[in-house]
Ligand binder design. Structure first.
Ligand code: 13P
Length: 254
């Protein structure tokens, strides 16, 4: 059975005290919820919070992820955080190639391939983000853009390594805008991603791939989006910053 994931990307929000309170509230709420074996909950706090968040969350229920990692292993890269550092502080996953990193920090497909390699080398699950801008969709280019993002950064991986990847489809026009993709738009792209992966790695690997949708997922639209056959959960921004709304989204996947 395919893994399902609800992941909260806190982005550059909260100070440590607030982040610990948020994680702790989520942890308490999840105690009363019986999670099926294939449902995983991930929190991606800022780097400065990870060690503290790790202490207040049950590692059997909550996986901690970094929001980014360096493309390099170690050395003179001032300001960078390596995949190994994340692993050693308790992370099991890392978000790679979020559209904000692509747009504001000039991350290229080549850099993201190296980040993915670092993540895998350190046994972190890469949550690899892809998604088109509004003008690319309006020009009818969205399938090509997403296919290129995935193939340029991931299709050099062996089948064994590719099977450790989680993909998050996050149309840029839906992030933080309150405009969610319709369930049909999400399904159409997720199906396309699975087909693209099947052509490269075969049906078996494609069928097992977890594909998350991200972009203005809220408690009132989560169930509808998660009901689609190729949508295996969500990467949640704004609505993950309140324990109640995040936990309501978790309930929508059950
Ligand atoms: P929002 O849920 O705030 O639209 O953000 C989505 C996102 O970018 C998650 O990575």
């Amino acid at each position: 059975m395919r893994n399902k994931i609800v992941a909260g990307n806190w982005k550059m929000n909260t100070i440590v005290r607030e982040g610990v309170a948020l994680a702790s509230d989520i942890n308490v709420s999840l105690k009363d919820i019986n999670l099926p074996e294939n449902v995983k909950i991930i929190l991606a706090p800022p780097f400065t919070h990870i060690a503290f968040v790790e202490q207040v969350t049950d590692d059997k229920k909550i996986i901690i992820a970094g929001q980014n990692c360096s493309s390099e292993e170690q050395g003179a890269y001032t300001g960078e955080i390596s995949a190994k550092m994340l692993k050693m502080i308790g992370c099991s996953a890392v978000i790679i190639g979020h559209s904000e990193r692509r747009a504001y920090f000039c991350e290229t497909s080549e850099t993201l391939a190296k980040k993915t390699e670092q993540a895998l080398k350190n046994e972190l699950t890469p949550i690899f983000c892809c998604g088109e801008k509004l003008e690319e969709r309006e020009a009818g280019n969205h399938f090509n853009i997403v296919k290129n993002q995935i193939s340029e950064s991931l299709f050099n991986l062996s089948e064994k390594n590719f099977s450790k990847i989680v993909i998050a489809y996050e149309p840029v026009w839906a992030i933080g805008t309150g405009v969610t993709a319709t369930k049909e738009q999400a399904q159409e792209m997720h199906e396309f991603i699975r087909k693209t992966v099947a052509e490269k790695y075969g049906n078996n690997t494609a069928e097992k791939l977890t594909i998350l949708y991200g972009g203005s997922v809220k408690p009132d639209n989560a169930a509808e989006i998660f009901s689609m056959p190729d949508v295996d959960g969500g990467l949640i921004g704004g609505a993950s910053l309140k324990a109640d709304s995040f936990v309501d989204i978790v309930k929508a996947i059950l």
